[in-house]
Ligand binder design. Structure first.
Ligand SMILES: CCCCCCCCCCCCC/C=C/C(=O)SCCNC(=O)CCNC(=O)[C@H](O)C(C)(C)COP(=O)(O)OP(=O)(O)OC[C@H]1O[C@@H](n2cnc3c(N)ncnc32)[C@H](O)[C@@H]1OP(=O)(O)O
Length: 716
C-alpha cells in the first residue's frame, strides 16, 4: 500500500499504492507509517519524496471506511513526525491532492505540483472538516480569508492558483517526481525551521471578531442547514486565535460531532450515488458495461428558446461542433447574441478562448443532415414536436440519434413518428441548461442500448449528472413533483399561507419553497400542463373534485388573474416590478385564499411545519416508491440524484429516498396511512405496496432495496 525505494543515492521515495486514487485506507496509512519510519531511521536517506502511484498523489481518506469501525493507525502523529524531522520531506503532487492527501502534503516541508494537478480540502462536501491538521495548517500558510473560502466550499483548485496562494512552492510541466527528487537533494542538510507550518503564526487580521461574524453569517446563509460548513469556520477561527495544539484539539472535537452525524452519512451516500448512476441498466438487461456508445462529433439543436440556447452552450463547451437551428429570424438573431455572450463570459472567467467557431446557425432544418445527434428543444407543444420529429427523420443521415428535450410528452409517441424509433431518446435538461447539473435521460420502449449509452456518454462530456429513467408521464422528477405541489395547494385550502409552506421547506434545506419556485419558473407552466392533462377544468371552473378525487383549482384561479409569478410581478407573492427577484407576502393572495375558503365552506385551521413537511415530502417519497416498483428508475440512488441535482433537495439530506430511510420506513408508512385515512380521495397518500413490502422485510438500508425490488419484479 506504500512502497519505499532509495533513489539517486540519498532520497527515500515513498509511493502511495492504493488504486484508483491512492485513498488513505487503513492499509495505506499503515504503509505510510512504516515506510516513513524506515526512511527517517535509515542513515543513507538524507531526504524524502512522497508521491502517488499512477500519476495521482492522493484522493484523501478512504470514504468507504467512513461509517464502519475505523481500524489502522491515525495519520496525525505521523504527520507530526514528518514535520519535526530534520530530513527534508517533499510532496510530489500529480493528479489530485485532496482532503487527507493535501493534509499529508501540508505536513511535508515542500510541495511541488504538476501544472495539471488539482488540490483541495473537499471534506465539507462529505459532511466533515479537514481533521488531519488541515484546518490548522492551511490558514497559517495561506491566510484566514483564503483558507475559509477553500475549506467551506471544498473547491478543487488548479496548480496555478495553488502557487498564487502559496499553497505549493513550485509548479512544473515535466516529471514532478524527478523534479521533487532533484529538489530534495538540493535542500539536504539545510535548516527546516522556516518550513514547519504548524510553527507559523496565523497571518494577522485586524478586527478578527468582525471578520468571523461576517463570514459565519454568510456561510450559514449558504449552508441551508448543513452543519459542516459552520464547523469548518469554527475550526479556522481556532487556528486564528489559539496556539497550534489547542487548535488541533478543537479540530478533533468538531470532527467527533460531524463524523457520526446523519448529514455526513447523507453526503457520503451522495458521493457514491453520483457515481453509481453512471452504471445504468435497462429493464431488458442492457447495461453500461455491455453497451458501446457511438462517437458524437457534431450535434444539432432545434429551437433556440431559453432551453435550446443553454443546450447549445453546453454542447459547445463540451467541445462538439454544433448546428443551431431556429426558424424564426428574430429569435435566431437574439439567440446568437445570447449564446456568444455566455460563451465569451465563461471563456473569460477560465482564461481561455471562447468556442464560438464551433457553432453554425441556420433557419433551415436541412442544415442538420450530416450531424451525429440532434436535440430537439422547440416549444413544449405536442403538434409542433411531432412535426419536427417527422422532419428530422426525413432529413438526417442514417444512424443519427434523435433526442427530445421534452419535460412532459411521451417519448415513445415521438419515436413512433420516425423511421428508426430505436435511435430516439429523451434528454430532459433543466434550466438554465448550461448550468444545471442534472440530465434525465429517458429511454423509450424501443430505444436501443447503444442509443442510451451514447446519450449517457454525451451527458458526461457535458459535465452533467446523467440519470437513465424509463418513459412515463413527468418521467421521475416532475412525476414526483405532482403530489408535492398538490399537497401544497391542499394546505392552502386548509389554512396555510404560501409563506408558511415555503418557510417550512426552506428550513428543511430547499433553496426556496414550492410557491416561490412556482413564481420563479412561472405559475402558468404547470397550469398549461394541468390543462392538457385534465381538460375538464375549463376556465372559471372551481370544482374541488375531478373524476371523483380531490382537486384544488387554486393554481388555475391564480393564473386566470394573470398572476404568472416573478415575470409578471405578481404570483403567490408580490414583486416590486415584473422580473424583480424580491418576493414579498401579498395581502391580495391572503384575501384570495380567505374568499376561496369562504366560498367552499372551508374553515382555516392552524397548520404547523411538521405537517407541511410530512404531507409534501412523504407524498413525493411515496411516488418515488411507485417509480421504483414500476422499474422506471433502476434504484433509489437514481431518484435521489435527480432530486439533489435537479430539484434543490438538500444534499445533506441525501435525496428523498435516502431521507425516507433515515426517517424510518415504518414511520413514513404510518404517517401516509394516517393522511390517507383523513383524505381517502387523495390517491398519492395511499401507501405504495413496495413501501409496505420493505417495512414487512424489516426496513432494510437503502442499498439493499434493490434486492426486494428484484424479487417483486421476478414475481410479476
Ligand atoms: C467517533 C469519532 C471519530 C472521529 C475521528 C475519526 C477519524 C477518521 C479519519 C478521518 C479523516 C478526516 C480528514 C480527511 C478527510 C478526507 O480526506 S475525506 C476525502 C476527501 N477526498 C475527496 O473528497 C475526494 C473524492 N474523490 C474525488 O473527488 C474524485 O474521485 C477524484 C479523486 C478527483 C478522481 O476523479 P475521477 O478521476 O473523475 O474518478 P472518480 O470516478 O470520481 O473516482 C474513481 C473511483 O475512486 C473512488 N474514490 C474516489 N475518491 C475516493 C476516496 N477518497 N475514497 C474512496 N474511494 C474513492 C470513486 O468512488 C470511484 O470508484 P468507482 O465508482 O467504484 O469506480
Amino acid at each position: 500500500m506504500a512502497q519505499f525505494t532509495l533513489v539517486s543515492g540519498s532520497v527515500g521515495l515513498i509511493t502511495l499504492q492504493n488504486p484508483p486514487v491512492n485513498a488513505l485506507s487503513a492499509a495505506t496509512r499503515q504503509g505510510i507509517v512504516d515506510m516513513m519510519n524506515k526512511a527517517l531511521n535509515d542513515p543513507e536517506v538524507k531526504s524524502v519524496v512522497v508521491c502517488g502511484q499512477n500519476r495521482i498523489f492522493c484522493g484523501g481518506a478512504d470514504i468507504k471506511e467512513f461509517g464502519t469501525k475505523i481500524s489502522g493507525p491515525p495519520l496525525i502523529p505521523t504527520i507530526h513526525t514528518i514535520e519535526a524531522t530534520n530530513k527534508p520531506v517533499v510532496a510530489a503532487i500529480e493528479g489530485s491532492a485532496l482532503g487527507g492527501g493535501l493534509e499529508l502534503a501540508l505536513g511535508c516541508h515542500y510541495r511541488i505540483a504538476h501544472s495539471k494537478a488539482r488540490l483541495g480540502l473537499p471534506e465539507v462536501t462529505l459532511g466533515l472538516l479537514p481533521a488531519i491538521g488541515g484546518s490548522q495548517r492551511l490558514p497559517r500558510l495561506i491566510g484566514v480569508p483564503a483558507a475559509i473560502e477553500l475549506i467551506t466550499t471544498g473547491r478543487h483548485i488548479t496548480a496555478a492558483e495553488a502557487l498564487q496562494l502559496g499553497l505549493v512552492d513550485h509548479v512544473t510541466r515535466s516529471s514532478t517526481v524527478d523534479e521533487a527528487i532533484k529538489f530534495a537533494q538540493s535542500v539536504e542538510g539545510k535548516s527546516l525551521d522556516s518550513r514547519r507550518i504548524s510553527n507559523y503564526p496565523c497571518p494577522h487580521l485586524p478586527d478578527l471578531d468582525a471578520v468571523f461574524e461576517g463570514v459565519m453569517q454568510e456561510v450559514r446563509q449558504k449552508a441551508h442547514g448543513a452543519i459542516a460548513p459552520i464547523a469548518c469556520v469554527q475550526a479556522v477561527r481556532a487556528a486564528a486565535t489559539l496556539p497550534y495544539l489547542e487548535g488541533m484539539e478543537i479540530e478533533r472535537q468538531l470532527m467527533e460531532t460531524l463524523f457520526t452525524s446523519s448529514q455526513a452519512r447523507a453526503l457520503q451516500y451522495t458521493f457514491f450515488a453520483q457515481r453509481a448512476v453512471s452504471r445504468w441498466s435497462m429493464p431488458s438487461g442492457a447495461r453500461w458495461d455491455t453497451s458501446m456508445p457511438k462517437p458524437v462529433h457534431k450535434a444539432a439543436v432545434i429551437g433556440l428558446g431559453t432551453m435550446g440556447r443553454g443546450i447549445t452552450v453546453a454542447l459547445a463547451q463540451a467541445g462538439l461542433s454544433v448546428v443551431a437551428v431556429e426558424t424564426q429570424e428574430k429569435q435566431l438573431k437574439e439567440a446568437k447574441l445570447v449564446v456568444s455572450g455566455i460563451l465569451e463570459r465563461a471563456a473569460q472567467r477560465r482564461g481561455m478562448a471562447p468556442t464560438l467557431a464551433k457553432i453554425t446557425y441556420s433557419h433551415d432544418i436541412r442544415a442538420v443532415a450530416d450531424v451525429d445527434l440532434v436535440i430537439e428543444a422547440v416549444f413544449e407543444d405536442e403538434a409542433l414536436k411531432e412535426k419536427v420529429f417527422q422532419q428530422l427523420s426525413a432529413v438526417c443521415k442514417p444512424g443519427t440519434f434523435l433526442c427530445t428535450n421534452t419535460s412532459s410528452l411521451d417519448v415513445d409517441h415521438l419515436a413512433s413518428l420516425t423511421h428508426n424509433p430505436e435511435l430516439v431518446v429523451g434528454m430532459h435538461f433543466f434550466a438554465p441548461a448550461h448550468v444545471m447539473k442534472l440530465l434525465e435521460v429517458v429511454y423509450g420502449s424501443k430505444s436501443s442500448p447503444e442509443a442510451l449509452a451514447t446519450v449517457m456518454q454525451l451527458g458526461k462530456r457535458m459535465g452533467k449528472v446523467s440519470v437513465a429513467v424509463g418513459n412515463c408521464w413527468g418521467f421521475v422528477g416532475n412525476r414526483m413533483l405532482k403530489p408535492y405541489m398538490e399537497q401544497a395547494f391542499y394546505l392552502l385550502e386548509e389554512g396555510a399561507t404560501p409563506e408558511l409552506v415555503d418557510q417550512a421547506l426552506v428550513e428543511f434545506g430547499f433553496p426556496m419553497g414550492v410557491f416561490r419556485m412556482s413564481d420563479l419558473s412561472g405559475t402558468d407552466v404547470y397550469w398549461k400542463i394541468r390543462k392538457e392533462a385534465e381538460p375538464v377544468g375549463a376556465s372559471g371552473q372551481e370544482a374541488r373534485v375531478r373524476k371523483g378525487l380531490r382537486y384544488s383549482p387554486l393554481g388555475d384561479l391564480l393564473c386566470e388573474q394573470g398572476r404568472f409569478g416573478q415575470k409578471t410581478g405578481q404570483g403567490w407573492y408580490q414583486y416590486d416590478k415584473p422580473g424583480s427577484r424580491v418576493a414579498r407576502p401579498d395581502p391580495w393572495v391572503h384575501n384570495f385564499l380567505e374568499e376561496y375558503r369562504a366560498r367552499h365552506g372551508l374553515v382555516a385551521r392552524r397548520i404547523d411545519h411538521a405537517e407541511v413537511l410530512e404531507r409534501c415530502l412523504y407524498s413525493l417519497i411515496n411516488e418515488g416508491f411507485r417509480i421504483l416498483e414500476e422499474g422506471i428508475a433502476a434504484g433509489p440512488e437514481d431518484i435521489d440524484m435527480i432530486y439533489v441535482f435537479g430539484y434543490g433537495w438538500p444534499k445533506h439530506r441525501g435525496g428523498p429516498m435516502f431521507y425516507a430511510s433515515m426517517v424510518g420506513l415504518a414511520k413514513i408508512l404510518e404517517r401516509l396511512e394516517h393522511y390517507h385515512r383523513a383524505h381517502p380521495d387523495v390517491p398519492f397518500m395511499q401507501p405504495c405496496s413496495l413501501l409496505r413490502k420493505l417495512v414487512t422485510c424489516g426496513s432494510p438500508p437503502v442499498h439493499k432495496w434493490k434486492d426486494v425490488i428484484k424479487k417483486i419484479h421476478s414475481q410479476l
